[in-house]
Design a protein around this ligand. Structure first.
Ligand code: SF4
Length: 131
């Protein structure tokens, strides 16, 4: 029989409670430290299937800037984040890029797309205001 206590900071709200999960043979036995039910749900999910939104940048050719900020359209499995970064690093998109454009489809077979989080005009489009 293996037992462990996993410490997690709940980020479901700004309070940031420290939550402890007691686990026996991979099964959650008890959860303590959360001050509301959302914390227990967050801790269970974080233990069983941690996910994160991945924010990064992708290379652009012919744009007013060399890179465009991108993010995963949904939270993706935490163990896949590093591989996703490698896949995104290998991509080069051509300007113009529009907010919401899919930069990588189904990154690392996660079912999650990587999308642009801003417009990036082509260089020949002239000095447009970019935000
Ligand atoms: S347990 Fe509840 S109060 Fe504490 S951080 Fe999570 S959501 Fe906020």
């Amino acid at each position: 029989m293996s037992t462990e206590t996993v410490e997690i900071t709940c980020i479901a709200c700004p309070v940031g409670c420290d939550v402890s999960i007691d686990v026996e043979d991979g099964e959650i036995q008890s959860i303590e430290g959360n001050t509301c039910p959302r914390g227990a749900e967050y801790a269970k999910e974080e233990y069983r299937n941690p996910t994160r939104i991945l924010p990064t940048t992708a290379r652009v050719t012919g744009g007013v800037l060399p890179r465009v900020p991108v993010k995963s359209a949904q939270p993706m499995p935490k163990p896949k984040l590093e591989d996703a970064m490698v896949e995104i690093a290998a991509v080069e998109v051509e300007a113009p890029v529009e907010l919401g454009d899919v930069i990588v489809e189904n990154v690392c077979d996660t079912g999650v797309d990587i999308v642009a989080t801003r417009d990036l005009p082509a260089a020949e489009d002239g000095p447009k205001a970019v935000e």
